[in-house]
Design a protein around this ligand. Structure first.
Ligand SMILES: NC(=O)c1ccc[n+]([C@@H]2O[C@H](COP(=O)([O-])OP(=O)(O)OC[C@H]3O[C@@H](n4cnc5c(N)ncnc54)[C@H](O)[C@@H]3O)[C@@H](O)[C@H]2O)c1
Ligand SMILES: N[C@H](C(=O)O)[C@H](O)COP(=O)(O)O
Length: 326
């Protein structure tokens, strides 16, 4: 049986991404885990954490081998400057983006079966003068995919977003009928393909308080969201709403739903993270490859300490492996 290769990008080098991959390396994996990062950074972080680590250079032309505990296969990308743990350095922003670009290129060429990402610091990349709003947008742009969907998932709840990293003032204009309908189509297709749910049931939030109160508290529901839902229903999809976002996250609604669609980041993700922070994953739907990620950020204050939770990273990797196998 051939062994799949999965790329891992640790993200911000001063944050907990390198710690997470050193911790993941303490397990054996049924795939070759190709870490796209500076090899000396990983060796230094393992030493700091006092964890065993043998680094093997990635050889793309050799057959992939399953990962043994205590080892990592590293596709070396050199840092621009040495890393001081917990200290952001905008001079390493290009390094971070080079790791993402290498992973994306490898996924598009099928060198890698999937990519799992650690957390990046969006602010420090922008501080370096490079416009960047997130992995989701980066991978969409790099793969020339016009629309992708950010979804976070934990036990008992999946939340997909119509808009991603957008200033709140720009959200209403982005809630168009086509944006909502395309999000629903991508979500429906990926729930079927990646989770094996034959006819997913999707509940859609409104944008305004009380889903617009019949137009008295905003018209986005009437003008855009309802027409998109109706169109999906006419095509035979099990989609309902718009529901007021403050009431839809109740057990009796969730019991009937495979996913909730929220209109913007902080409408849906606080609920998801309250329910499952640390035990959730972030997945980009609609990309031409599998991408999963942790549900948390760079946690700079905890980098290089033993005080981190690697549950989300473990779940992101296990989910990617399951999806590759499926
Ligand atoms: N996947 C990603 O790339 C991703 C996701 C979210 C946030 N971010 C970025 O991370 C940066 C910091 O964001 P933030 O401070 O809002 O969120 P954060 O998740 O980094 O930290 C929030 C709190 O949770 C704690 N925490 C986070 N992950 C933890 C873990 N694995 N174990 C133990 N404690 C953990 C932190 O110490 C902090 O107290 C921002 O630049 C943001 O854009 C990146
Ligand atoms: N929106 C994500 C979250 O809150 O967890 C996070 O910023 C990561 O986004 P990307 O996967 O696009 O980097």
């Amino acid at each position: 049986m051939t062994v799949a290769r999965i790329a891992f990008t640790p993200g911000e080098p001063a944050g907990i991404g390198p710690d997470l991959i050193v911790k993941l390396a303490q397990h054996a994996w049924p795939i070759e885990l190709v870490v796209i990062a500076d090899a000396s950074l990983l060796a230094q972080r393992a030493a700091l954490l006092n964890l065993p680590l043998t680094i093997r250079n990635y050889e793309p032309d050799e057959p992939a081998v399953a990962q043994t505990a205590g080892s990592l296969t590293v596709c070396h990308i050199p840092l621009t400057e040495n890393v001081v743990v917990q200290q952001l350095n905008s001079n390493n922003a290009n390094y971070v983006l080079t790791t993402l670009e290498r992973a994306s290129r490898g996924c598009l060429s099928r060198e890698f079966a999937a990519v799992v990402t650690g957390p990046v610091h969006k602010g420090v990349i922008n501080q370096a003068g490079i416009p960047f709003s997130g992995h989701t947008e980066f991978f969409a742009q790099h793969s020339k995919t016009p629309r992708v969907v950010m979804m976070l998932a934990t036990e008992g709840l999946r939340v997909a977003l119509v808009t991603t990293h957008l200033p709140l003032k720009d959200v209403p204009a982005a809630i168009t009928r086509s944006a909502v309908e395309e999000t629903l189509q991508i979500l429906h297709a990926d729930l079927a393909k990646k989770w094996g749910i034959a006819n997913p049931r999707i509940l859609v939030c409104g944008l305004n308080p009380h889903a617009g109160e019949q137009g008295h508290l905003g018209r986005e529901e009437i003008d855009h969201i309802i027409p998109a839902i109706q169109s999906m229903c006419e095509q035979g999809f099990d989609v309902s709403g718009p529901y007021p976002a403050d009431t839809v996250f109740q057990p009796h609604y969730l019991a009937e739903a495979d996913a909730i669609v929220a209109m913007y980041h902080d409408q849906g993700l606080p609920v998801l993270k309250y329910k499952g922070f640390g035990n959730a994953i972030n997945i980009t739907l609609g990309l031409p490859f599998i991408r999963t990620s942790v549900d948390h950020g760079t946690a700079l204050d905890r980098a290089g300490t033993h005080n981190i939770d690697d549950s989300s990273a473990l779940l992101a990797l296990r989910t990617a492996i399951d999806m590759v196998n499926r």
